[in-house]
Design a protein around this ligand. Structure first.
Ligand SMILES: Nc1ncnc2c1ncn2[C@@H]1O[C@H](COP(=O)(O)OP(=O)(O)OP(=O)(O)O)[C@@H](O)[C@H]1O
Ligand SMILES: [Mg+2]
Length: 607
């Protein structure tokens, strides 16, 4: 039977899984990790890096390393979320040709689906390495609260990566599938998914014979661990400014180091009550004197800094229960998903709200990918008994005369679905109408997301209100929308699949599929290579750690700058050798790395 992989394309980490002999399993990457950082970088030599290898060089190559691209996917350039990202990212984000977003890496512009495609392609290769055969089909997950533009852009990313995305499913729904799979339970559950970039809550009924019915869902696609990290960064930057009068945000490398340290401190505080943030040589005072950042962060302070974010997730839970017309006591199980649910404050907030200890039986980083794999297997195996009934997270409709939003499909309607409504012309002798397709909850059309537009022309001339136009909306199982308009008198019809606003045209996607093909590498592996890789990676990590200090110390002399450039290029070359998976190439680099490491240690020891 055909193999379908399930991919959880996360803001911070991605995960791939497959069903093998009836059992869903997570596929580890070459380093043995079950999740892979959703990071992409381009080195000075123009080499593309994805995953751990990209994360390992983020500090020394901050400007050309992309993280959290999912926060930008399917968004418009002029949206507030994109403005926020432009202001806070260490990589460059610019305006694309269709009011979309492009990311600049080494002077080349990439669309966001292209960046996500690099991550998806990596996940595909991880699966192929493991299975020993090519994989062409995938189920990819998205946050439940993603709108049509974001879903469509994610599908485009799959296509660019050379994957046929046979279904897009919602992350909390996937988690519920994995939770309920093969257990034959009947339960009403809430899935609370707090990840790196997004928050989702879904309420589902799991019925006998593998029926999973979503009753209501809601969320915030710009609320996640990244925002909590940002709070810590703000706190550190503010403190530093008060002490030294210097704004650390001006320096991309300092910003990347702050980001690293903030996330690390946050994770540590899930286990201990206080931790020290220690960033030596974070910046120069401008008088040739290096400044250090050292501050203690307590769990209590972290909870204060992020209190309103925790509260926001609870408010959304409350609203979703109302939408589902359920009381808290009717929720029989609360499932925690996403790395952020390891934070003790989050766990107690959820337990307090639902008045119930959450279920600890699922793995918060892996359930989503496992659920995607389960759905993938069910789609190609008709013997499998499983029915998934999801809902549309946003209301769908059109803009009518006077800028009103006229809803055709309400929020939380089970998909696939279609609805029809009849409209009339708003002017005398009107021969054309413009249909603006929108998604959102506001009655004011301009506050909702524009999905696409088309014009129905050739209407017969008549007094206003006399020409009747039938508008039909359809949402398929991926949650993707198409719209049809028909002049009832003449039978004249126009339709669109709402694709125009994903930021890419069909031709552009085709070109990107072609470009991405050339980037596939042959990835064989051997024990000899593994040994060399581990040694090289250890040295690279040590060098990265010393790098900021060394740069501070030696950057003022020509000789020092040369040494820095050389060190960077040695690390680059070593990373590339690792990427090529050739033991001999990696071994060749170890000597240079060792030398650089020794030199760095010497420089630091002298100060
Ligand atoms: N022990 C921990 N304590 C606190 N936070 C943690 C811990 N471990 C991981 N995290 C945070 O969880 C987030 C990553 O979670 P996860 O991998 O579920 O997100 P994602 O799937 O990549 O994102 P999303 O689902 O929002 O697209 C990061 O912000 C990370 O810092
Ligand atoms: Mg996730």
């Amino acid at each position: 039977m055909e193999k379908v992989i399930g991919i959880d394309l996360g803001t911070t980490n991605s995960c791939v899984a497959i069903v093998e002999n009836g059992t869903p399993v997570v596929i580890p990457n070459r380093g043995g990790y079950k999740t892979t950082p959703s990071m992409v970088a381009v080195t000075e030599a123009g080499k593309r890096l994805v995953g751990h290898i990209a994360k390992r060089q983020a500090i020394t190559n901050a400007e050309n390393t992309v993280y959290a691209a999912k926060r930008l996917i399917g968004r418009k350039w002029n949206s507030p979320q994109v403005k926020n990202a432009v202001a806070t990212s260490s990589y460059r984000i610019v305006e694309g040709p269709h009011n979309d977003v492009r990311i600049v890496l080494r002077d080349k512009e990439y669309s966001v689906p292209e960046i996500s495609a690099m991550v998806l392609q990596e996940m595909k290769v991880i699966a192929e390495d493991y299975l020993g055969e090519p994989v062409s089909k995938a189920v990819v997950t998205v946050p439940a609260y993603f709108n049509d533009n974001q879903r469509q852009a994610t599908k485009d990313a799959g296509e660019i990566a050379g994957l046929e995305v046979i279904r897009i499913i919602n992350e909390p729904t996937a988690a519920a599938l994995s939770y309920g799979f093969g257990r034959n339970i009947e339960k009403t559950v809430a899935v609370y998914d707090f990840g790196g970039g997004t928050f989702d809550i879904s309420i589902l009924e799991i019925g006998a014979h593998g029926v999973f019915k979503v009753i209501a869902t809601a969320g915030d696609t710009f609320l996640g661990g990244e925002d909590i990290d940002a709070r810590i960064i703000d706190w550190l930057v503010q403190g530093f400014k008060e002490e030294h009068g210097i704004d650390l945000r001006q320096d991309r490398m300092a910003l990347q180091r702050l980001k690293d340290a903030a996330e690390k401190a946050k994770c540590e505080l899930s286990g201990v009550r206080e931790t020290e943030v220690n960033l030596p040589f974070i910046i120069s005072s401008g008088r040739n004197e290096a400044l250090h950042l050292q501050r203690t962060l307590t769990r209590e302070t972290l909870e204060e800094l992020s209190d309103d974010l925790t509260e926001r997730t609870v408010d959304i839970c409350r609203q979703t229960l109302e939408d589902a017309r359920l009381g808290k006591d009717e929720i029989e199980e609360v499932i925690l998903v996403g790395g952020m649910t390891r934070m003790p404050k989050i766990q107690t907030a959820v337990a307090t709200f639902f008045a119930k200890e959450p279920n600890k039986g699922v793995h918060p980083d892996e359930v989503v990918a496992l659920g995607a794999a389960i759905q993938g297997a069910a789609l190609v195996d008709d013997k499998q008994e499983m029915v998934l009934l999801d809902v549309t997270p946003h209301a769908l409709g059109i803009m009518t005369f006077g800028s009103y939003f006229e809803e055709l499909i309400p929020q939380n309607t089970t998909v696939p679905t279609h609805r029809t409504k009849i409209f009339t012309t708003s002017r005398d002798n009107q021969t054309a109408v413009k249909i603006l397709v929108m998604q959102g909850e506001s009655q004011r059309a301009e506050e909702n997301e524009l999905l696409g537009e088309f014009i129905l022309t050739g209407l017969r001339r008549a007094p206003k209100g006399q020409v009747e136009i039938e508008v039909t909306f359809e949402i398929n199982a991926d949650g993707i929308v198409s719209v049809k308009a028909k002049d009832l008198e003449t039978g004249l019809e126009q339709s669109i699949q709402v694709t125009a606003t994903s930021g890419l045209t069909r031709d552009e996607i085709k070109q990107m599929v072609e470009d991405a093909k050339d980037d596939l590498l042959d990835r064989r592996t051997s024990e000899e290579f593994e040994g060399a890789r581990q040694e090289a990676e250890k040295l690279i990590a040590e060098i990265q750690k010393l790098f900021p200090q060394v740069e501070q110390i030696v950057a003022t002399s020509d000789f020092g700058r040369d040494a820095i450039e050389k060190a960077k290029s040695i690390v680059d070359k070593a990373n590339q050798a690792i990427e090529k998976r050739e033991a001999s190439l990696v071994k060749e680099q170890i000597e240079g790395l060792t030398r650089t490491h020794r030199m760095f240690k010497g420089v630091v020891a002298k100060t």
